[in-house]
Ligand binder design. Structure first.
Ligand SMILES: C[S@@+](CC[C@H](N)C(=O)[O-])C[C@H]1O[C@@H](n2cnc3c(N)ncnc32)[C@H](O)[C@@H]1O
Length: 293
């Protein structure tokens, strides 16, 4: 208990200090923007800690400053998402383009959305130098005003408050879309996977969420009504008279226990198809949402 308590405090402290590392310059950026200082004032911020024609570490950004994801974590995030050339990746607040370019090196069509014009130009040059500009696109824009609903993989290295603001948009994406973040959570939406790289000093953890199919409501099934209450990738409810246990979604894949049956299956929009083995016998059924009265 004592150890757990201290570990929790340590975790809180380290997550607070991580946020501070990203947040400090955001306040400066906001005051610069409000004062109409713009890009010239941004150039002055932070130590010269990169190539002379490139961005400056910790330079202010619109809602958060620029700090790049370390190369080892970039690869971990892409591994965790399991990207393939069939994917379309978008990095929200793409900085110097490191994630977009690394994904393109794996044959993935990738796009960065970045508010800072200098970073957008720099990323384009970097992509051309890496020979992947045919697979990359860098758009100058505000992530909160951009449409990225076509992406199958979303990457972020943003403040927790920004992740939370994006959450409704992310949850409305196509079920199965993978969201991979450097370090920071999306409120109380628990990640489906997380892993840390070692050895690592700072920015060591990749977190992944898979947009769950939307199943809340009443479904008509041959076993009676399936009434579900959903919270992110978890759900509870009843099937006929039986309570639902261990209700879980991983994208479109669904699993739950009801009565003696452990069901697994898929949700494809307004059709749910599940199967189970009960007393050695395979059963399978399809459910449809009950139309609103
Ligand atoms: C912490 S850096 C991460 C850069 C990159 N994604 C990476 O992982 O290396 C955050 C980036 O978001 C950009 N940014 C901040 N607010 C933004 C907004 N509202 N719209 C677009 N980009 C933004 C900053 O300029 C900065 O480059």
């Amino acid at each position: 208990m004592f150890v757990h308590h201290h570990r929790r405090i340590d975790q809180r402290r380290s997550s607070r200090s991580a946020i501070l590392q990203l947040v400090s310059a955001a306040a400066i950026a906001t005051s610069v923007m409000l004062a109409g200082g713009g890009a010239a004032a941004q150039q002055e911020a932070g130590p010269a800690d990169g190539p002379s024609d490139g961005p400056r570490l910790n330079q202010p950004g619109k809602d958060v400053q620029w700090v790049p994801t370390p190369p080892a974590l970039v690869e971990k995030m892409l591994d965790m998402a399991g990207v393939t050339p069939k994917d379309r990746l978008v990095d929200l607040g793409s900085g110097d383009g490191v994630l977009v370019i690394a994904a393109a090196r794996r044959g993935v069509r990738s796009r960065g959305i970045e508010y800072d014009r200098g970073l957008v130009d720099y990323s384009r040059r970097q992509a051309a130098e890496a020979g992947v500009d045919h697979l990359t696109r860098f758009v100058r824009g505000d992530i909160f005003k951009s449409d990225f609903s076509d992406a199958t993989v979303v990457t972020t290295f943003l403040l927790p408050s920004m992740n939370l603001r994006l959450r409704p948009t992310l949850l409305a994406m196509k079920p199965g879309t993978r969201i991979v973040a450097n370090t920071f959570a999306i409120g109380d939406w628990q990640p489906d996977e997380s892993a840390a790289i070692e050895p690592c000093e700072r920015w060591c953890t990749a977190l992944m969420w898979i947009v769950p199919a939307r199943v809340g409501g009443t479904w008509i099934t041959p076993k009676g009504d399936l009434i579900l209450t959903q919270r992110f990738q978890h759900f509870s409810g009843t099937l006929g008279r039986d309570p639902i246990e261990n209700g879980k979604l991983r994208g479109e894949t669904i699993s739950f226990t009801a009565g003696a049956a452990h069901y697994t299956g898929r949700v494809d929009g307004d059709r749910m198809r599940v199967s189970a083995v009960v007393d050695g016998e395979a059963i399978e059924w399809t459910a449809r949402p009950r139309p609103p009265r």
